[in-house]
Design a binder for this molecule. Sequence first.
Ligand SMILES: CC(C)=CCC/C(C)=C/CC/C(C)=C/CC/C(C)=C/COP(=O)(O)OP(=O)(O)O
Ligand SMILES: O=P(O)(O)OC[C@@H](O)CO
Ligand SMILES: [Mg+2]
Length: 246
Amino acid sequence: MGRVHEYITGKIARGEKLHFTLVDPDKPFTREGLEKTAKLMAEAGTDAFLIGGSIGVTPEEAGEAAGVLKETGLPVIVFPGNINCLTPRADAVLFMVLMNSNEPYYLMMAQVAAAPLVKKYGLEPLPTGYIVVYPDTAVSHMGRVQPIPVGKPEVVLAYALAGEMMGFKYIYLEAGSGSQQTVPPSFPAIVKKYTGLVTIVGGGIRSPEQAREMVKSGADVIVTGTIVEKDPELAVKIVKAVKSPQ
Ligand SMILES: CC(C)=CCC/C(C)=C/CC/C(C)=C/CC/C(C)=C/COP(=O)(O)OP(=O)(O)O
Ligand SMILES: O=P(O)(O)OC[C@@H](O)CO
Ligand SMILES: [Mg+2]
């Protein structure tokens, strides 16, 4: 596997928990504003930047955001809502299958459309099973998601096992950006117990306590986006909670 995968799994092997900062290049940003946020999050200890959005990202915006974020020296990973988010200025891409989608495009055709571009751009693909738990977010709407029953962690485990058997290295348990609730802690817990997948958890994490709970439940990587936009100082506290859960 490539350098970004080595970077992530190396940290996990050393017992670290990771934090990724999500930047949506569709949200209006100035170079100065983004530089400031990137610097703040990098100094707090975030481990990488994700760039992407469900709707409206132009390749130019993705490229500009990647260029600014790369100045921190941290990896920049595309988190694609679609192929429009791909940019050669990033280091890697979460090469995702939206496993609980009812839409063939998100199960195979997005990947077919993306693969030649990922190759041409020289992006490192990080093979990822993406599971969106709740309805009522941009991602669940765009992705035609079949929600996961919250009281049934064994359902999420079955997806994770299937993903692992197909060769994925990452599983992303997503509540949805801006969600009112996080994914149930029982989800990362069961995935961590029975698979060797790198477990990424995101959506609705707005406090250090929630982040700590996810990490203690087994999440390897915590993603925050909305809170970084709304309250960067609180986002810094969340990073610190991830980095030293107790
Ligand atoms: C392999 C490639 C290139 C693409 C795969 C494409 C797939 C499977 C996409 C899954 C469906 C999807 C729409 C994912 C979006 C994930 C994402 C970047 C979410 C970021 O948050 P937003 O949904 O933009 O949140 P806001 O509503 O807060 O802007
Ligand atoms: O914006 P928030 O709610 O932090 O969600 C982050 C990420 O998991 C969204 O895809
Ligand atoms: Mg968005």
